[in-house]
Design a protein around this ligand. Structure first.
Ligand code: IMP
Ligand code: MG
Length: 202
């Protein structure tokens, strides 16, 4: 185990179990969405498009899609909200383009964690504006915020785990770009956050 790790919050076997359940549940939900939503022109094949938000959802989405027995395509988008050594969201910046051509598609947005809600609030609004046939949001983690309501109140249809308000890394989640490759979701020792000019985690 890396010496920077404080403790394992959710281990790889719990993650695998939950991600499997989520993939199967989401696939069932999208299938019933399709059944209740006739496509025009008649006979056209319904389109299912996954929109993973990079970089944090990298590992989660790779596991999730393999548990979704559906014909689907993937359109990536990249967002950055934590530049450098900070554990406070600095606002959302879209890197590159939003996925386009989602009108009439059944869209599933996938992110690693719901924190302030700024990222998913922005993405939900943008994609809704394209008039998809249906839109669902899935996150592996949702933080219970200690300091009151989320900055942006966004509804998320699928949640893997609710966690307390602490900074976590692993399974795709990073601190300053590192630790995404850890197979478990862990907290870091406090010294990791202590460097000149940056705060300690809330
Ligand atoms: P939001 O826009 O504040 O909801 O933040 C969402 C993004 O911030 C996530 O997609 C993560 O990339 C990042 N984030 C939020 N909390 C954590 C954390 O505890 N560890 C690592 N990244 C986090
Ligand atoms: Mg991140």
């Amino acid at each position: 185990m890396l010496r920077e790790i404080d403790r394992v919050l959710i281990d790889r076997s719990r993650i695998a179990r939950r991600v499997g359940e989520m993939g199967e549940q989401i696939a069932r939900d999208i299938e019933s969405e399709i059944a209740g939503h006739p496509v025009a022109p008649a006979g056209a094949e319904p389109r299912v498009v996954l929109v993973p938000i990079l970089t944090g959802s990298l590992v989660f989405v790779a596991d999730l899609i393999r548990r979704m027995p559906l014909k689907l395509s993937v359109q990536l988008m990249t967002v950055s909200s934590y530049p450098g050594k900070t554990t406070q969201s600095q606002g959302v910046t879209l890197q590159g383009e939003m996925p386009r051509g989602l009108a009439g598609a059944h869209v599933l947005v996938v992110d690693d964690i719901l924190d302030s809600g700024r990222t998913l609030g922005m993405v939900r609004r943008e994609i809704e504006g394209q008039r998809p046939a249906s839109l669902r949001l899935a996150v592996l983690l949702r933080k219970r915020l200690a300091g009151g309501p989320r900055a942006v109140d966004v509804s998320v249809e699928h949640v893997g785990f609710d966690i307390e308000d602490e900074f976590v890394v692993g399974y795709g989640l990073d601190f300053d770009g590192y630790y995404r490759n850890l197979p478990d979701i862990v907290t870091l020792r406090a010294e990791q956050f202590a460097s000149p000019g940056t705060g300690t985690p809330a």
